[in-house]
Design a protein around this ligand. Structure first.
Ligand code: NAD
Length: 307
């Protein structure tokens, strides 16, 4: 049905897979990033969120991020214009009917994702693959909420998507080989490296990364060090490019808390207990960079530690 060469694919990337049009649900930092790399990879992109305003903001962010790549010489203006022309708003879920692959990148909340699948599945092409970018939730459980568990898969991009080379692929119990192969082809086409994880809470990267971030928050909570002391210690003492609290703000503290809750509940081990200070920041709506305040305050010229 779909195989063909794409005129829009940049040199050296090769033959377009049978997937031509990518639908994205959630125009936040991850959905925007996935749209960005998919459009540069020659795919048509349809982007959906809860309001036309959010979609427009998401598309404007992608445009700005590509402009920065042009400014730093990583992208040509022509490639940017061509890629932006491949991205369209999909204000109604029915607008995603044309997609061969839909990637759900909405808020890390199982109830939200379930509601999306219930609305989305009847609108999709029966052949379409449905993927989730969840950081932690069971792929098998999410798949069971859809009409296509065999064509459901976890495609877990890292943040920021245009920069990070890794994508974790996670099969649910029912995911068919064809779905897995199609997802592999798509990800390779984006020039990313794949690592395959079994379907366990938070997969590989976040199973290791989030307990470290949570421990950094406990270190702050117990007064062992200030925000600055903890981040400096891990940047210079462990050679991490970002301190763990800076990274938590970058990921989003709501997402960090959700992942810790999934680890805690899914593995029933007290070592994954979310730090009460993380809970408090989320309750305050201090979610990190995306809301202007988290472990740092981003509202001025420079980030200022909030503790
Ligand atoms: P975000 O808060 O930046 O964006 C989430 C978007 O989902 C928002 O624009 C919101 O309006 C939208 N949304 C919420 N409910 C919706 C609905 N019913 N229909 C359509 N859109 C809806 O969050 P994010 O950081 O982009 O995370 C999105 C997903 O990606 C989560 O599952 C998260 O775990 C995962 N993820 C995040 C990171 C990270 O570092 N932030 C990394 C990898 C994966």
């Amino acid at each position: 049905m779909y195989f063909k060469e794409s005129a829009g694919v940049p040199d050296g990337i090769g033959v377009m897979s049978k997937i031509e049009t990518i639908g994205i649900v959630g125009a936040g930092q991850m959905g925007g990033g996935i749209a960005h790399v998919s459009a540069l990879g020659g795919y048509k992109v349809l982007i959906h969120d809860t309001s036309a305003d959010r979609i427009e903001k998401g598309i404007a962010t992608i445009s700005g991020n590509m402009a920065r790549q042009v400014g730093s010489g990583k992208l040509e203006e022509k490639a940017r214009n061509e890629a932006m022309a491949r991205i369209s708003a999909a204000p109604a879920m029915a607008d995603l009917a044309a997609a061969d692959l839909v990637i759900e990148a909405a808020t890390e909340d199982e109830t939200v994702k379930r509601k999306i699948y219930a609305q989305l599945c009847p609108q999709l092409n029966p052949e379409a693959i449905l993927a989730t970018n969840t950081s932690s939730i069971s792929i098998t459980r999410l798949a069971a909420q859809t009409d296509r568990p065999e064509r459901f898969i976890g495609i877990h991009f890292m943040n920021p998507v245009p920069v990070m080379k890794l994508v974790e692929l996670v099969r649910g119990i029912a995911t068919e080989d064809q779905t897995f192969e199609a997802a592999k082809t798509y990800v390779k086409h984006l020039d990313k490296t794949i690592t395959v994880s079994e379907d366990f809470p938070a997969f590989i990267v976040n199973r290791i990364l989030l307990p470290m971030i949570n421990e950094a928050i406990y270190t702050l909570y117990e007064g062992v060090g200030t925000v600055d002391a903890i981040d400096t210690a891990m940047r210079l003492g462990a050679n991490h490019p970002m301190g763990p609290l800076q990274l938590a703000d970058f990921i989003g503290l709501d997402t960090c808390l959700s992942i810790m809750q999934v680890l805690h509940e899914g593995l029933s081990d007290s070592k994954y207990r979310p730090c009460p200070l993380l809970v408090k920041y989320v309750e305050a709506g201090w979610l990190g960079r995306k809301t202007g305040r988290g472990f740092y305050d981003y509202r001025g010229d420079h980030p200022v530690p909030t503790r």
